[in-house]
Design a protein around this ligand. Structure first.
Ligand SMILES: Cc1ncc(COP(=O)(O)O)c(C=O)c1O
Length: 412
């Protein structure tokens, strides 16, 4: 039997059991998110095994579903949160609040209220700040506990400019100001770590730049005294192959490069992958409702839309697609779009897919990270159901929304 650490580093859409997917679509209707919790555990374990002496937390923002958080906890992971709701949902999923790390980015009052109330009974909670205003606001709430400082390393990386946070002034304390901020934190709080997150979706070719940002974090840790820090957290950002010919990250190599970049440290290395853990564990099943021959292309209309998965519209992201109803048909390039009235609601142009026909089920792969999490009710579309697979069993972990769910908070 393969251990989770030895599980395949990539799961392509073609590797899923297509008969099963078709019957899930029939049983639970479409559009449908299908999330394989066993794969989440494999991904977490494979990643953390490649960093044996590091502490690997899961960045909850990639997919904050309860079943996902439970799977990560079961695999031994801790959780990094970016908002009070993520803290609460992590605790509801069984996380010990003492193990949580809360990364505050321009935090609303309600987030700081929740985090500081939580810390009253959970002194192990860590709050990561990216601005001294946050320190003032924590002090005003009587907080003097564990603080990590988010550094702006001045180097951003990732698959799209909108996710390259490392050089964006919005994130982190400006690099040269970190020693002063560290002095203040030491006097007024407990300084436990430094943190940075350079960007998201890094594959092998982006590793060098990613590691340049990490080098800066290691340098700063030594400047402020790494022997007095508990951890140095270099964030997440580890990508997965979305395109069929993209190679997966070589984790051994990635681990060696990250270690080398951060340099000698008398503090524990921390990482917080989100995408890597969940991306290839979920897909969307969507039914074809329209085939239209247009002068330059065949348009395939499906019932998923940018409200179901916004990444293609937001980042121009590529998601693999597969006709699970008839993979044997000859493939032809088609345009696949949903029911939303904007030209942005297109999953792919000129994509070769086994010639779709009405009522075929099309799988849209790698939908686990920033997929359901960014789903909306645009066009008054109730959000889809989510079915989890675990140990061979399927169960609904999020029921399909109804129109009443969409209108529930309206008032006359
Ligand atoms: C602070 C922080 N940590 C971790 C992550 C997770 O990134 P990824 O999903 O690319 O691993 C993010 C993503 O935005 C982040 O902002």
């Amino acid at each position: 039997m393969t251990s989770h650490a030895d599980s395949p580093p990539v799961r392509r859409l073609a590797d899923w059991d297509h008969d099963r997917l078709e019957s899930l679509a029939e049983e639970y209707d479409t559009p449908l998110y299908v999330t394989d919790l066993d794969r989440i555990k494999e991904n977490y374990t494979r990643f953390s095994s490649a960093f044996p002496d590091a502490h690997v937390m899961y960045a909850a923002k990639a997919h904050t579903g309860k079943s996902v958080l439970e799977a990560v906890l079961e695999a031994g992971g801790d959780i990094e949160c970016a908002a009070w709701g993520e803290l609460k949902r992590s605790i509801d999923a069984g996380a010990d609040p003492n193990t949580l790390q809360y990364t505050a980015v321009n935090p609303p009052d309600r987030d700081l209220d929740y985090a500081t109330d939580l810390a009253d009974d959970a002194p192990g909670l860590t709050i990561t700040i990216g601005a001294t205003d946050t320190l003032d606001r924590l002090q005003a709430r009587g907080y003097d506990g564990r603080i990590a400082i988010r550094i702006n390393p001045g180097i951003g990386t990732g698959h799209h400019e909108k996710v390259a946070t490392g050089a964006d002034a919005k994130f982190g304390v400006p690099y040269e100001r970190v020693p002063d901020v560290a002095d203040r934190v030491r006097q007024e709080f407990e300084l436990v770590g430094l943190h940075a997150h350079a960007g998201s979706g890094v594959l092998t070719e982006g590793l060098e730049e990613h590691c340049r940002a990490i080098e800066r974090v290691g340098e700063m840790a030594r400047r402020v005294g790494d022997e007095s820090l508990e951890f140095v957290d270099v964030g997440g950002g580890y990508g997965v192959p979305y395109r069929e010919n993209d190679e997966p990250l070589d984790l051994e190599k990635t681990s060696a490069l990250v270690r080398d970049a951060v340099g000698e440290l008398d503090a524990t290395l921390k990482l917080e992958p989100g995408r890597y853990v969940v991306a290839d564990a979920s897909l969307i099943l969507s039914e074809v409702n329209t085939i239209k021959e247009a002068p330059d292309t065949t348009v395939v209309g499906v019932d998923a839309s940018l409200a179901t998965l916004i990444r293609p519209a937001m980042f121009g992201s590529y998601h693999p697609m597969y006709n699970v109803s008839a993979p044997e048909r000859e493939s032809e390039p088609v345009t696949v779009g949903g029911p939303v009235c904007t030209s942005a609601d297109v999953f792919a142009h000129d994509r070769p897919i086994a010639r779709p026909e009405r009522e075929d089920v099309i799988a849209i792969g790698n939908a686990g990270s920033y997929g359901y999490e960014l789903a909306s009710q645009f066009h008054s579309q109730p959000r889809p159901a989510e079915v989890a697979l675990e140990g061979g069993e399927a169960r609904v972990v999020r029921r399909r929304e109804t129109l009443e769910d969409v209108t529930r908070v309206e008032q006359d």
